[in-house]
Write a protein that binds this ligand. Structure first.
Ligand SMILES: Nc1ncnc2c1ncn2[C@@H]1O[C@H](COP(=O)(O)OP(=O)(O)OP(=O)(O)O)[C@@H](O)[C@H]1O
Length: 355
């Protein structure tokens, strides 16, 4: 699949001007409030008709301002999930779900009803009315409804923004399953570093209607930008769940040849998980420290030393094939005589796995 977006559109004093393409998995449109994320996803959906440019999906030209081509939203076969679930209040959960399927009539290429119901864990909610659902349940139904219309592409605009932290944590694993088990590419709007770190394959940062950076999620989230504060920047690592030490409730995650210990994780051995390690949570030592409570002390080699900013500097490390970033003071850099190629130990104070 391929989505090509080349667009320019004015909205009063604001304008969006963006060119990008995405091919598979989750592409995050990421940026601060007012950076133009919703405007851009609305252009892709066909809810906004761009002043100029083109939207092409799998070679199908959906919008081309110059040639006056514009496919209306309902003919694009895109699924859309908004911040609020927008379920039909007078219909049951089952009817809300099958409403999506109605649009797919005559097409048998969409994922099966039972598979989607299973994946989203909504079977037990069928006879309920939307008013009796939690926010997280409502959002799962909204996602199911969108999937059952057999979309070629799923557009999600801050689908977790209206939920509290607990509900977010409840729904994120469903979004991961969606990413991993369905063939449907997703364009996902968010301003949350942890959500994007957990879900996105590719990240596009929007700033004042323009793309200021784009690329692989790990690369984009490892450095501060308009959307990633210095506080949040760090490493994003894909690891595989290994053994669990049941006595101490610790799970080992393998990434490259490194082993990272995290508090007990309810996940099957062999499952891929994303870890986020903020640079501010990684300390460095030139010899292996003893008697520390930190669980993760990993041998590493310095591969890059960033520029100093406000007395701090980011040190990029290779830990057994995995990149980890450490933020230390310029004073520590000098006192430890750090240089590229120097072997060190990275002491990880905390690993974020969840919201
Ligand atoms: N119809 C319109 N007329 C004028 N200005 C508009 C219009 N629609 C949006 N804007 C402005 O465009 C800018 C970008 O809005 P947009 O909703 O795309 O940003 P966003 O990144 O999705 O923000 P948020 O995260 O807060 O939803 C904002 O400054 C907004 O006020």
């Amino acid at each position: 699949m391929s989505l090509v977006v080349e667009t320019r559109h004015r909205l009063g004093a604001f304008s969006v001007e963006a060119t990008f393409s995405s091919d598979r998995g989750v592409t995050a449109l990421f940026g601060r409030s007012g950076s133009g994320k919703t405007s851009l996803i609305n252009i892709i959906a066909g809810l906004l008709r761009p002043d100029s440019g083109r939207i092409v999906f799998n070679g199908d030209v959906l919008a081309d301002a110059e040639n006056r081509i514009f496919t209306p939203p309902h003919k694009r076969r895109f699924g859309y999930v908004f911040q609020e679930a927008r379920l039909f209040p007078h219909l049951s959960v089952r009817q809300n779900l099958t409403y999506g399927r109605w649009f797919a009539q005559g097409r048998n290429d969409g994922p099966g009803f039972n598979r989607i119901v299973d994946m989203l864990g909504v079977g037990a909610l069928f006879d309920r009315a939307p008013v009796n659902l939690s926010g997280g349940e409502k959002q799962r139904i909204a996602i199911g409804r969108a999937l059952l219309s057999s979309p070629r592409l799923l557009l999600m605009d801050e689908p977790l923004a209206a939920l509290d932290e607990e509900r977010k944590a409840e729904i994120l694993p469903y979004l991961e399953r969606l990413r991993d088990e369905m063939e449907i590419p997703i364009v996902y709007v968010s301003h949350s570093v942890s959500e994007v770190a957990r879900l996105a394959n590719k990240v596009i940062i929007l700033e004042n209607g323009r793309i200021s950076a784009s690329g692989d999620a790990a690369a984009i989230l490892s450095q501060p930008s308009s959307a990633v504060s210095r506080r949040e920047a760090g490493a994003v690592i894909d690891g595989v769940v290994g053994a669990t030490d049941t006595e101490h409730q610790i799970t080992i995650i393998r990434a490259g040849s490194a082993e990272i210990r995290v508090p007990h994780l309810e996940a099957a051995t062999g499952k891929t998980v994303r870890l986020q390690i903020a640079a501010r949570d990684v300390m460095l030592a030139t010899s292996k420290p003893e008697g520390l409570s930190a669980l993760n002390i990993l041998p590493a080699t310095i591969v890059e030393i960033g520029d100093a900013a406000q007395g701090m500097v980011d040190i990029r490390l290779d830990c057994g094939g995995v990149t980890i970033v450490s933020r230390i003071t310029v004073l520590s850099r000098d006192m430890l005589k750090l240089h590229i190629g120097k072997p060190v130990h990275a002491i990880i104070k905390s690993v974020a796995l969840d919201l």
